[in-house]
Design a protein. Structure first.
Length: 404
């Protein structure tokens, strides 16, 4: 008895889907370990270590974060070129060596300058790890699967960041400062093991991929140029929004961190659900239209929020804002993966897209800081609403000529 063509196709897709899920496990493991390490060592415990343990100036935690962003910015294009020339497994080992070297500097010096130097080296390893993760997602998934994969990555990232901050808070209450970095070393090793597992021929063959998987056809010659500019604008506006959101809640509305956490709990749940649903339902070729709708919703919420006077209204309006931004996350990342795979040298393309992301993340906060200084916090939040609205118009217009 012969199977129909449809049945054979469905069976093949089912097998590929199960294999793709197996490939997703090490990807999520690497995401969890890398984000938990970053939240613990660079962002969370780093502040306590510099201020309380080393009695450093109050500006040093900001310097550490700035150094982290700068090193990732510089490392992205270089790391992308390396990925096009070296097997992913070897790049994963390079990232591990850099991570361990950074921790070695921190532990050996036990000083503020030693911590900053160690974070600089560690940041290079983290940048390479993220490039490998996104390169692997692009190489082991079809365009229709990338929204779902990046949604799972986003949810994993949220859990990892929360765990990293929680461990940082616990370690910060003890005298054993070395324990935070010891846990960081363990997380670096877990991340490396996951990346090496992902790069193994067994997993790659299971999903029909190879380290040199041929590129997908580009929708048009300028798709990568558009993605570069769009990534710069998106991450510039998103990070600037964070820079305006905190002062608005804490100073303009006079809320405490605990009150903010309580008010934003429903928004956080809505954002996580939107992240999952948007990623599951998104398909290649229509993501820019979907982004335009979500940007428009976020812009409307921001423009209303900038006039809010009461805490309860702030919490209510934050719900549609979080839903929109949660949905944007997997769609944007999947679009960048599509653009990176649209042509030769996908590793280099991904590196330059990461560079655009980093550049936007530097320029955005500087711009919103100047706006707040000149016109106030509410004006800054209003400016963010206009910025997100401009993203909606740009995404909607580009969807007619760019297939992402």
């Amino acid at each position: 008895m012969r199977l129909s063509v449809t049945a054979i196709s469905e069976t093949s897709q089912s097998i590929r889907s199960r294999a793709g899920l197996r490939a997703l496990v090490p990807i999520l493991g690497a995401v969890f370990a890398t984000d938990a390490m970053t939240a613990l060592v660079v962002i969370g415990y780093g502040n306590s270590y510099l201020i309380k343990t080393l009695d450093s100036p109050a500006s040093y935690p900001a310097y550490a974060l700035g150094l982290y962003g700068l090193v990732k910015l510089i490392s992205a294009p270089i790391g992308g070129r390396i990925l096009d020339r070296v097997r992913p497994g070897l790049v994963a080992l390079m990232a591990c060596v850099l991570d361990l070297a950074g921790y070695g500097v921190i532990l050996a010096t036990h000083s503020a300058w030693g911590y900053l130097a160690g974070v600089g080296v560690l940041s290079t390893g983290i940048a390479l790890a993220w490039l490998i993760v996104f390169h692997a997602v692009g190489g082991t998934s079809a365009p229709s699967e990338r929204g779902s994969a990046t949604a799972y990555m986003g949810l994993t990232s949220i859990a990892a960041t929360g765990m990293g901050f929680g461990v940082a808070a616990l370690v910060g209450e003890t005298r054993y400062w070395q324990s935070a970095f010891a846990i960081g070393i363990l997380l670096a090793l877990v991340s490396t093991a996951a990346l090496l597992r992902l790069a193994s021929p067994t997993v790659l063959q299971a999903v029909g991929a190879t380290p040199s998987r041929p590129p997908e056809p580009a929708s048009q010659p300028s798709v990568r140029r558009f993605a570069f500019v769009f990534a710069f604008a998106h991450f510039g506006v998103m990070t600037a929004m964070l820079g305006a959101f905190g002062p608005f809640a804490l100073r303009t509305l006079g809320l405490s961190l605990l009150q903010v956490a309580f008010l934003l709990a429903p928004a956080a749940a809505g954002g996580a659900a939107a992240m999952y649903l948007a990623g599951r339902s998104s398909r290649h070729g229509r993501r820019l239209r979907e982004l335009a709708i979500l940007y428009a919703l976020a812009a409307a919420a921001l423009l209303v929020m900038c006039a809010v006077q009461h805490a309860l209204l702030f919490g209510l309006i934050a719900v549609p804002l979080a839903i929109a931004l949660g949905g944007v996350y997997p769609l944007m990342n999947a679009s960048l993966l599509d653009a990176a795979r649209a042509g030769e040298r996908s590793g280099s393309a991904l590196g330059w897209l990461f560079f655009a992301e980093g550049l936007g993340s530097v320029v955005g906060p500087l711009a919103i800081g100047m706006m707040i200084e000149l016109a106030g916090v509410r004006a800054g939040l209003f400016g963010m609403g206009i910025g997100v609205l401009a993203l909606a118009v740009a995404a909607g217009g580009a969807s007619r000529v760019v297939r992402l």
